[in-house]
Design a protein around this ligand. Sequence first.
Ligand SMILES: Cc1cc2nc3c(=O)[nH]c(=O)nc-3n(C[C@H](O)[C@H](O)[C@H](O)COP(=O)(O)O)c2cc1C
Length: 201
Amino acid sequence: MTLRKPAETAAPVHELIRERWSPRAFTPKPVPQQAVLAMFEAARWAASASNEQPWHYIVAPREDTAAFERAVDCLAAGNQGWAKNAGLLVFTVARLTRGNGEPYRHALHDMGLASAQLTFQAMASGLMVHQMAGIDGNKIRTFYKVPEGYDPVTGIAIGYQADSSTLPEDRQKQEAAPRQRKPLAGMVFAGEFGKTAPLIA
Ligand SMILES: Cc1cc2nc3c(=O)[nH]c(=O)nc-3n(C[C@H](O)[C@H](O)[C@H](O)COP(=O)(O)O)c2cc1C
């Protein structure tokens, strides 16, 4: 049995949103090519400022052992132990300038937006997704020859969720911990920053 941690929501939300969470227990099994293609198509069709599409992805499927091991090596030590069981490791790389050479202030926003679409498309294929800030950006830059003006942003572990008992004990506790969020009241304002919107209260 894989662990479910459905979001407790103030209003009904789409099943994919309710069921999304970031597991660390993955089954070391490849992700079918059709599912991989679908998730990057989903990312490609995200919105972006002036349609700049700053997003780039570097993929390492586990069936390509050398590429996969190289990708694991580009993760922070704390992520390597569990992410090595994912079916697919991905690094996101954002272009930091606009087509006209101006700084692209929303590049990371748009990169994240594309990756959110990737996440839900992956879930629609029965996969789970765990994003990681814990990456070695310098290693990624060197290994994958990321050019100037582009920045590695995150790593993403994608795969089939495994039973939590496959994790070491301390990780099992972390895996079972309840999901927490700040209240909506401190997030949605009207009239003035900090004033909770009446429709939320
Ligand atoms: C940009 C980003 C970076 C993250 N970095 C890491 C990470 O390096 N290691 C890790 O185990 N989880 C990481 N996470 C997962 C978060 O800790 C997780 O999304 C958060 O605790 C909320 O839990 P949930 O996704 O299960 O709802 C990251 C998530 C995001 C979106």
